[in-house]
Design a binder for this molecule. Structure first.
Ligand SMILES: C[S@@+](CC[C@H](N)C(=O)[O-])C[C@H]1O[C@@H](n2cnc3c(N)ncnc32)[C@H](O)[C@@H]1O
Length: 257
């Protein structure tokens, strides 16, 4: 907003978290420099005073943010009517079960103004959003625009099988498909993490661990994969390894909050 030249009085930001400690940290508006590697220098300087180790958000920007402790998985958590032009909800869906995800998806759809934008984290692939939000780019899983009319996501129905002769009559002759010569594109860290989750749900712990490690190879600080690995190593007798992983998670949590 600041870089776009919007005067501070013309916008406000509502920030929610269920954790009082997370809100307290956020209120301070202090970010370790090492967690801001992806933020341009221009943006850092526009938003805060940059020290050697931390960046502190300018007070006039912090004043625009209203912090509130709130369980976003509760029904109607964001109120009964649309009021937000933009919602950033990064890395929350990954912590929720199916029912809570559906509840949050509904709340976001109610709270976002028509044409409003919703941004998620790259690992937040959320089935529950499909009826309510349209992805902004086919390949992106993190930017969505509000659908004017919710579409119903009906379960896929199988066509009844016809006997071979009838099937030939019924289906128009299609040209043969071109042979795919391109190799499949490599999986992203988030996709590997989702595979790991699937394996874990099926009780395939060794496979889950392999996928987690692959995910972390691509994105060493990817918190969901680190936390999943921690859960997988729950009974790992190697205390040193578990301690090192725990420390890595703590460091990453501090850097992301
Ligand atoms: C991984 S952090 C993400 C922080 C930030 N959005 C980011 O991407 O860097 C997840 C946050 O969600 C909060 N959280 C978890 N369950 C929640 C809930 N039901 N309602 C609100 N916040 C929740 C946690 O306290 C934590 O601060």
């Amino acid at each position: 907003m600041r870089l776009a030249g919007v005067p501070a009085a013309r916008y406000s930001i509502a920030a929610f978290d269920v954790s009082g400690a997370a809100l307290e940290l956020a209120r301070r508006g202090e970010y370790p420099q090492k967690s801001l590697g992806h933020v341009s220098e221009e943006l850092r300087n526009a938003c805060g005073s940059v020290g050697s180790k931390t960046m502190t958000v300018h007070p006039e920007l912090r004043e625009r943010v209203h912090f509130e402790r709130k369980n976003l998985a509760a029904p109607g958590a964001l109120g009964p009517e649309p009021k937000y032009h933009l919602i950033l909800c990064r890395n929350l869906f990954i912590y929720l079960g199916a029912e809570a995800r559906a509840e949050l998806a509904r709340s976001l759809a109610v709270a976002l103004l028509p044409g409003g934008r919703l941004f998620l984290g790259t690992a937040d692939r959320v089935e529950e959003l499909n009826a309510l939000f349209a992805p902004m780019r086919p390949a992106a899983s993190f930017a969505f625009v509000h659908r004017a009319q919710p579409v119903s996501v009906a379960p896929r129905t199988r066509r009844p099988r016809l006997p071979p002769e009838a099937a030939q009559k019924a289906s128009p002759v299609r040209p043969p498909r071109p042979v795919q010569s391109q190799p499949p594109s490599p999986m992203t860290a988030a996709e590997l993490y989702h595979r790991a989750l699937d394996h874990r749900l099926r009780g395939e712990i060794a496979k889950a661990e392999r996928r987690c490690r692959q995910s972390l190879y691509l994105a060493p600080n990817f918190l969901p994969a680190l936390e999943l690995l921690q859960a997988l190593w729950d009974r790992n007798p190697n205390m040193r390894l578990r301690r090192a992983l725990r420390d890595r998670i703590v460091r990453n949590r501090e850097a992301t909050i």
